[in-house]
Design a binder for this molecule. Structure first.
Ligand SMILES: NC(=O)c1ccc[n+]([C@@H]2O[C@H](COP(=O)([O-])OP(=O)(O)OC[C@H]3O[C@@H](n4cnc5c(N)ncnc54)[C@H](O)[C@@H]3O)[C@@H](O)[C@H]2O)c1
Length: 252
């Protein structure tokens, strides 16, 4: 489980352990060790432990996924959740390094972790599942978010290619595309929008909420439920899909 120190990753981990899964939490932030410890006692029979690594670093990512699998005695689920928001600037004002960084973490990290986990799953020969975190912004471009949008659109098509390549091994690969979720990443974006528009943070929160047909922000539990389903036998005929969990936001 990557990007597990806080936010959606923490909520997904809590749900998986409550369902009885043992999870290794991976994050670039050392806070992940505290998150793993805090979740440790929640589910009898399930274990949690933390590892610190940058998923965009090829060697570090390969090592940490292998180490996680060794700790667990194998790997049957990888959740690629680690992500960053990227520069909130127009393309003409965006530094190449900032564009490359968001693609390296969101798309490159998903590629690297999936590659190592897929090799391990193929060697195990018992199938498995990979669930990636995309975004509504990977389904439609927005001004000022080119790097993030491109990285998340890339995740959706990486998912399709991987699903086809891994289907013969009974390894399913899917993406969840969250909408506007009540996490620090989204609040940071709204603070930035408020500063640019000269309005308050609360105004931006209301503006987003009023544009969602279900009239609320999504929660970690909303995403965790979709991950738990995709990881379960109930989804055993589902692969290569990008599933929106967004309160119906593209319908209005
Ligand atoms: N919050 C939203 O509204 C929203 C919407 C759509 C998609 N998403 C996606 O969901 C995922 C989780 O988002 P969140 O809202 O919980 O964000 P968050 O910022 O709260 O959590 C992201 C986690 O990823 C970790 N991380 C960042 N770079 C990393 C790296 N290089 N290596 C390892 N870990 C790294 C961070 O330290 C953090 O713990 C992200 O992929 C994000 O793009 C979020």
């Amino acid at each position: 489980m990557t990007g597990a120190a806080r936010g959606l990753g923490e909520a997904i981990t809590a749900r998986l352990t409550a369902d009885g899964a043992s999870v290794v939490l991976i994050d670039i932030s050392p806070e992940v060790l505290g998150t793993a410890a805090a979740l440790a006692g929640d589910a009898p029979g399930a274990t949690t432990s933390g590892l610190v690594a940058d998923v965009s670093d090829e060697t570090a990512c390969e090592n940490v996924i292998s180490q996680a699998a060794a700790r667990l005695g194998g790997v049957d689920l990888l959740v690629n959740n680690a992500g960053i928001g990227g520069p909130d600037t127009a393309v003409v004002d965006t530094a190449a390094a900032d564009f490359r960084r968001v693609v390296a973490v969101n798309l490159g990290g998903t590629f690297l972790a999936s590659r190592t986990a897929a090799r391990l799953m193929i060697a195990q020969g018992t199938g498995g599942a990979i669930v990636n975190l995309g975004s509504i912004f990977g389904q439609q471009g927005v001004a000022g978010g080119a790097g993030y949008c491109a990285s998340k659109a890339g995740v959706a098509l990486l998912t399709q290619s991987l699903a086809l390549e891994l289907a013969p091994h009974q390894i399913r690969v899917n993406t969840i595309a969250p909408g506007n979720m009540a996490t620090e990443m989204h609040w940071e974006e709204l603070r930035s929008r408020a500063a640019a528009a000269g309005t308050s943070f609360d105004d931006q929160v209301s503006l987003v909420r009023d544009g969602v047909p279900l009239r609320r922000h999504g929660t970690g539990a909303d995403i965790a439920g979709a991950v738990a389903w995709l990881a379960s036998r109930d989804a055993s005929y589902v692969t290569g899909q990008t599933i929106g969990v967004n309160g119906g936001v593209w319908l209005s």
